[in-house]
Every structure is written in structure tokens, then in C-alpha cells.
Design a protein around this ligand. Structure first.
Ligand SMILES: [Zn+2]
Length: 273
């Protein structure tokens, strides 16, 4: 449960960035921007963003266990967006709340390990291979934890309830394409905002229990997406023939499945394993 009082999350660890004391204009914030830190831990990223000599900041940083650090009051502007443009507007700091998720970002394969820009190695079971929405070739990305995505969702819901002008959630990659890749394809951005911003839509109808719990792919390349429909972003490379899946539920002709990541696949191409 996340509660906001006087511009701060009650449950957060406060690490105040004294450099951010300019309040939002009357009709703002109206947007939430999701980022990854490209750092090694939530606390180290929060420490860095809070520093007086660093020309960047964010309202909050969310760690992998769902822990929250708050650096800037939600009443004030923080410096997370940089040069940015979307929907006919530019310079998103003045319109938006910045949420940083602790995540190293894209990784380079080295033998059995996957290495971040700062040298830390991550095991294969924490990595997905996926094509970024702004790119054409696949790369490796560190997964987000369920606790982290859940905390991010609770923060967004609390923000929307406190600041009802908020009506869009965007990735940094969408307001600064080419320059920024965060939060990247490991974050289920389309599904996330669809759920939070349109919670009364058909997409939120409860999924039905699946007919079987273990399935397998019966086509050469099966797309796995963030939601039950072709309009959703792909969350990983297409699944190969005979790939085994845990089937969690179904909705509108799609199965909700789990492999290294959560996703949705068309029912037509999955059989009982
Ligand atoms: Zn960013």
C-alpha cells in the first residue's frame, strides 16, 4: 500500500535532492515517465541522483525488492527527462513525474554470463533477449522483478489518485528515442499503462483458468506479447517449436504464459504438453 502525503510517499526512504525546489505549474504533472537507472543498486542510484553536483534527479527510485527511495517532492520538478519531445510537446521535466527503476539496462553476452556497462555479471536466468521498440536487432536485457513492477504500479495508482491531471505514462525511450533506451523491452510498458490508465476496459476482465497448465509451442516462431492482442509490444524473441510454457490463464483467444518472462501468445499455436 502506497500513500502520498504532502508530496511524499509515506513508506519511502527520503533522500532529499535539495537542488529541486521549483514547483510544477498549475495543470501539472500530467505525465509519468518510467526509466531504468542503468546502475548497480537502487540505493547507489538514489545517492548519485540526490547529489548536489549531479545535473540529474528523479522523484523516486524503486529497487528490486520493491523498496522506494524518494528524492524530490511530487509538487516539484525533477531533472529526469532531459531533451525530450512527444505528442507536440518538448522538455518533459516540467510536465512529468520521473520514476527510476533499479536495473542495469542492456547487457553484453560473455560466455555464460551477461555483463552490464559497469562490469557486473548477471546469470542467464535473469536475462531476456528481445528487440527494443526503437530498434530492429535483438539485444540482452536484465529482467525486472515482480515486486518492483508491483511497487511501480502502486506508486502510479497513488499518484493518479492524488494528482488527477495525470493521464499518460510513457517510457524515456518514447520521449527521447535514439538517445535513450529505458525502460527497455524487459519492462511490460504497454500492458502496464493499459492496466493503470484504462482499468475499466475489457482488457481488465478477469482471465479464465486455463484448460491445461503445461503447454508447448506448435509453430516455428510464436510471438509473445505484453497483452492479449497483436497491438501489444513483443516481450521477447519469438518462441521456437516445442518450447514448453507454463499456462497461467486465457482471455479473448490468447494464453497468458510464463517462461523467463510473463507474456501472452495466441491460443491457436499452443497445445497441451
Ligand atoms: Zn531515463
Amino acid at each position: 500500500m502506497v500513500t502520498i502525503e504532502g508530496g511524499f510517499i509515506k513508506e519511502a526512504t527520503k533522500m532529499i535532492a535539495a537542488k529541486n525546489n521549483v514547483p510544477f505549474g498549475v495543470n501539472y504533472p500530467d505525465t509519468i515517465i518510467i526509466h531504468y537507472t542503468a546502475g548497480s543498486s537502487a540505493e547507489s542510484s538514489a545517492n548519485w541522483l540526490q547529489r548536489q553536483d549531479v545535473k540529474a534527479s528523479a522523484h523516486i527510485v524503486i529497487g528490486k525488492k520493491g523498496e522506494i527511495f524518494q528524492l524530490v517532492s511530487f509538487e516539484n520538478i525533477s531533472w529526469h527527462a532531459g531533451e525530450s519531445a512527444y505528442g507536440g510537446r518538448t522538455s518533459f521535466n516540467k510536465f512529468s513525474i520521473g520514476i527510476e527503476l533499479d536495473n542495469p539496462g542492456f547487457l553484453i553476452q560473455a560466455g555464460n554470463d551477461f555483463v552490464a556497462s559497469f562490469g557486473t555479471k548477471y546469470p542467464a536466468n535473469e536475462v531476456i533477449q528481445a528487440v527494443h521498440r526503437n530498434e530492429t536487432a535483438p539485444r540482452f536485457w536484465h529482467i525486472y522483478t515482480e515486486a518492483q513492477i508491483q511497487a511501480c504500479e502502486e506508486v502510479c495508482l497513488a499518484l493518479i489518485s492524488k494528482y488527477p491531471k495525470i493521464n499518460q505514462i510513457l517510457g524515456h525511450e518514447e520521449i527521447a528515442p535514439g538517445r535513450k533506451q529505458d525502460p527497455g523491452p524487459a519492462f511490460p510498458l504497454d500492458k502496464f499503462r493499459n492496466k493503470i490508465l484504462h482499468s475499466n476496459r475489457q482488457d481488465d476482465v478477469d482471465e479464465a483458468a486455463p484448460v491445461f497448465a503445461k503447454g508447448k509451442v506448435i509453430t516455428d516462431k510464436l510471438n509473445i506479447r505484453e497483452g492479449a492482442g497483436v497491438e501489444f509490444q513483443k516481450v521477447a524473441l519469438p518462441l521456437p517449436l516445442n518450447k514448453e510454457l507454463e499456462v497461467l490463464g486465457e482471455r479473448n483467444g490468447w494464453y497468458h504464459v510464463k517462461i523467463e518472462v510473463d507474456g501472452w501468445v495466441s491460443k491457436a499455436y499452443v497445445a497441451k504438453a
